[in-house]
Write a protein that binds this ligand. Structure first.
Ligand code: HEC
Ligand code: HEC
Length: 367
């Protein structure tokens, strides 16, 4: 008996476990007026439920994270919420919603939605320093491989959890925000607390490893393109109709779509993402037709006799949502691009990009 206790004692000495770092509390942000709160709630319902769920629980589509975890709002308000919401996470299904980059919300609305999410979560804000977390990157990589790759991917590209090596995430999140998530986990999600599982030093090491994946990143406020007008909706208006064989009566493959475009077939391509990401890169000839569109406003301009193909980056959730509604309205010649636009790009098919956005930027991000 004594021997066992002794051995355990030695182990504990050899690997000192972290005392959970103490974080000082910070004053809460401003409260919303009733009117601001009502508008934020409505914006949440309209724009966010598709992926983050009706109750902010996350995982409705595309592994979108929880937006109710206290740990996120303790450490993330405002900028780790405001920035992904405004500018998106390049190369993931999370698009930018701020009007400045082509999204549907103005600056007041994105701030109010950030604070509304905070107040919904019931979190108390903590103060995080701006200081970098110092650690041994090589050791951090080994820790990452052992404990993190199963969910976050070998290179932090994200499997069923956020892409930790994502360049825009790393530009938006300070080191202490990352460390806070590792120490505290994200309550109510598969992300457990590593406090007591990893030593304090290894938590710093793995934080430093994640940080080492960052690279130069600009918000790329490009000059916005004018959106296509209804007379420009049909691609190859003089061409023949494509003859797609749809899988599950719904999906067309990138190869078949590419072939039909090469054959100059007549089609309408709907980009069902937030228009800010259409601004960055899209399949040539596509029109922004975001998943939150009010269809009754749009249908007058959409002919029923032309083949429609929709695509998004989720890779299909937003498009299926739109195509099902169109079918209910009698649009039978409709299909969803199976691989989504990231799959399309990874297969080497072309997209039109905004000025200043290189192939490398998007492709690296689109893992
Ligand atoms: C098409 C799906 C989709 C929609 C719609 C969407 N998101 Fe996201 N969101 C994601 C995904 C996926 C991620 C995680 C990306 C990553 O880092 O891998 C994410 C990440 C985030 C993050 C970062 C969270 C964190 O833990 O770092 C915030 C904040 C966020 N979304 C807020 C919103 C809000 C607010 C809306 C509505 C205005 C919204 N999202 C709409 C898919 C979506
Ligand atoms: C069982 C799967 C799983 C494992 C293992 C795991 N994570 Fe996570 N992690 C997640 C999920 C899921 C989320 C998103 C939770 C949410 O919904 O907010 C997350 C979130 C995070 C975040 C916050 C990201 C953000 O933008 O808010 C960080 C940082 C993180 N994990 C780091 C790690 C590290 C480092 C390890 C290894 C020591 C690790 N995780 C192991 C599933 C996992």
């Amino acid at each position: 008996m004594n021997r066992i206790i002794l051995t355990l004692g030695c182990l504990a000495l050899a690997v000192p476990l972290a005392a959970r770092p103490v974080y000082e509390k910070q004053d809460p942000p401003r409260e919303l007026t009733e009117e601001q709160a009502a508008r934020a709630a409505a914006n949440y319902q309209k724009y966010c439920t598709l992926c983050h769920g009706a109750d902010r629980e996350g995982y409705a589509n595309d592994h979108a994270p929880s937006l109710r975890s206290k740990s996120l709002f303790e450490s993330g308000v405002p900028h780790s919420i405001l920035r992904p919401l405004s500018y998106g996470r390049e190369g993931t299904a999370m698009a930018g919603y701020l009007d400045e980059v082509g999204g549907p919300m103005n600056l007041d609305e994105v701030w109010d939605l950030t604070y509304w999410l905070f107040w919904q979560s019931g979190a108390e804000r903590v103060r995080l320093t701006e200081n970098p977390v110092e650690g041994d990157i090589t050791r951090g990589e080994a820790v990452f491989e052992q404990h993190c790759t199963g969910c976050h991917g070998k290179n932090g590209e994200g499997v069923n959890a956020p892409a930790l090596a994502n360049p825009s995430a790393l530009a938006h999140n300070k080191d202490e925000f990352i460390r806070y998530a590792i120490v505290n986990g994200r309550d109510g999600t598969p992300m457990q607390s590593f406090d007591g599982i990893l030593s304090e030093q290894d938590i710093d090491n793995v934080t430093a490893f994640i940080r080492s994946k960052a690279r130069d990143f600009n918000e790329q406020k490009t000059v916005l393109k004018t959106l296509p007008t209804p007379d420009q909706y049909v691609v190859n208006p003089q061409g023949e109709d494509p003859d797609f064989t749809l899988t599950d009566d719904m999906y067309v493959s990138s190869a078949d779509l590419h072939q039909a475009l090469q054959a100059k077939n007549r089609m309408i391509l709907l980009d069902t993402r937030v228009p800010s990401v259409w601004q960055r890169a899209h399949i040539e000839g596509s029109i922004p037709f975001p998943y939150y569109s009010d269809l009754d406003d749009k249908l007058a301009d959409l002919p029923k006799d032309v083949q429609i193909v929709g695509y998004c980056s989720c890779p299909r959730a937003a498009t299926e949502h739109v195509i099902r509604q169109l079918r209910d309205k009698g649009y039978t010649k409709t299909a969803v691009l199976w691989e989504g636009i990231f799959g399309w790009m990874n297969l080497g098919y072309p997209v039109t990009r905004a000025e200043g956005i290189s192939d490398k930027d998007e492709d690296e991000a689109a893992h």
